[in-house]
Design a protein around this ligand. Sequence first.
Ligand SMILES: *[C@@H]1O[C@H](CO)[C@@H](O)[C@H](O)[C@H]1NC(C)=O
Ligand SMILES: *[C@@H]1O[C@H](CO)[C@@H](O)[C@H](O)[C@H]1NC(C)=O
Ligand SMILES: *[C@@H]1O[C@H](CO)[C@@H](O)[C@H](O)[C@H]1NC(C)=O
Ligand SMILES: *[C@@H]1O[C@H](CO)[C@@H](O)[C@H](O)[C@H]1NC(C)=O
Ligand SMILES: CC(=O)N[C@H]1CO[C@H](CO)[C@@H](O)[C@@H]1O
Length: 481
Amino acid sequence: MGLRVFALLCVVLSCVPRFLAEEVKVKVEGVTSIAETDDNFVCATLDWWPSTKCEAAHCPWVNAGILRLDLKNEILSNAIKAFNPLRIRVGGSLQDLVVYKVGKVTKCPHFKKREDGLFGYSHGCLPMNRWDELNNFFNETGALVTFSVNALRGRKKSKDDELLWTGDWAPQNARDLMAYTVSKGYKIDSYELGNEICGSGVEARVEAKQYGKDIIVLKELVKELYPNETTQPKVLGPGGFYDEKWFNEFLQTAGPGVVDGLTHHIYNLGAGDDPTLINKLQDPYFLDHIAQTYKDISTTIKTFGPGTGAWVSEGGGAYHSGGDLSSNTFVNGFCALLWHRLMGKRVLRTTHDSSPYLRVYSHCSKTKPGITLLIINMSNSTAFDVSVVNDLNLNPDQEHKSAEDSNKTQQKAREEYHLTPKDGNIQSNVVLLNGIPLVLTQSKDIPAMNPKLVDAEKPINVAPDSIVFATLRGFNAPACA
Ligand SMILES: *[C@@H]1O[C@H](CO)[C@@H](O)[C@H](O)[C@H]1NC(C)=O
Ligand SMILES: *[C@@H]1O[C@H](CO)[C@@H](O)[C@H](O)[C@H]1NC(C)=O
Ligand SMILES: *[C@@H]1O[C@H](CO)[C@@H](O)[C@H](O)[C@H]1NC(C)=O
Ligand SMILES: *[C@@H]1O[C@H](CO)[C@@H](O)[C@H](O)[C@H]1NC(C)=O
Ligand SMILES: CC(=O)N[C@H]1CO[C@H](CO)[C@@H](O)[C@@H]1O
């Protein structure tokens, strides 16, 4: 009797997770890829904001802008090195107020608060000794640099339209900076023209036709200063919010072979101080709205700029410097570093018909063989048991098994990275990897991020409020061969 109760209890206990988890079949189409990302998909922006930039009582930019950032900070440099390489864009709202102290420019003003100034500031300046420091820093950390140039230089504010700026872009100061950069041997991956001056503009705007002519001027400058095509920096623009009519007209004016990357910005979460921000971050129906923008941009590129890449040159989620306790916590993360290390550039179609709170993506693995899935469970109550089926044959399950038999050791070990917030609090800024808090090592390095090995025959158990990367080495995807 005692034994029977014990046995029964065991059975019941071992079933508990099964009762709570919803079983999901995720279908991955491994024959052909549906899209490609860049090798270095993750990007960070270093912004110009001076220390005086505050949002209500909160001042997130103290010694954090390009001109004041402590480049000797080991945490910062180790974080960048961990990507090997990380894309870094130097740009942001105030870039169109920055003069470069080079060539004929001798005055080097500091940003000052100014009521009638763009974004509330007067002109600022980049001295060449700071540019040297920045480039040494980029070189030591191995960053891939996009420099976004001042695109308002030489233009005049229109008298009868509050935001419109007219006249040709004056390229001389940018040209002098570029020539200086070349003379020093600093590597620049790409140059972008302007920040958020497209469409209806944020605090300033330029007409699409005018901007199209100006980007041709930038392209010519780049070609002249970097005559070797294999090492020539790319030209990007317009670095602002998507506006169909403006973007179409801009690409038509620029013509083929000019714009290497059509850059747009995404702040689909709205303002950082919105008290409902935390709900938006957990609402898949809300987050899905941005999908239409991606689709429209693809259409713009297909129609008016084949050969141009679709880039996001700023994607902060929430504008006005993000939302405290949201943007800087687990709930707004997907772990850029693991993405960068695990997700290769080929994207595979991935579908399931379970809850919309379960989001699943798969790419060919960055290191061969196999594929890596990114699974985000936005549900705070439901766990999911995910089995992955290879949509490759009429009878995928059987095929999967036989592939497994051919190399048991490889198949047995599915590599899983489970990210959860500390104490189950999605607004915690401490993230656990496979149950262990991710904290810097004593030498201020990013800790090792090792997977746990899980029997590949078992489903992937995805806890509520968690993010899982899973690498399936034995997954037979011809698209990833
Ligand atoms: C850093 O600079 C040195 C010397 O110019 C150069 O050889 C090296 O390739 C640079 N490294 C990177 C990552 O740009
Ligand atoms: C252009 O750059 C590539 C890569 O650095 C180099 O191999 C090639 O010799 C250069 N071509 C010329 C014409 O300088
Ligand atoms: C889960 O989310 C719902 C809706 O956002 C909320 O009402 C509920 O309190 C949450 N439950 C837990 C256990 O956090
Ligand atoms: C099986 O997997 C192991 C471990 O990944 C690998 O070393 C070996 O080459 C594989 N064998 C075959 C036949 O694929
Ligand atoms: C099926 C499912 O997962 N539903 C829940 C997902 O999570 C949200 C919020 O956390 C709930 O509102 C759903 O009921």
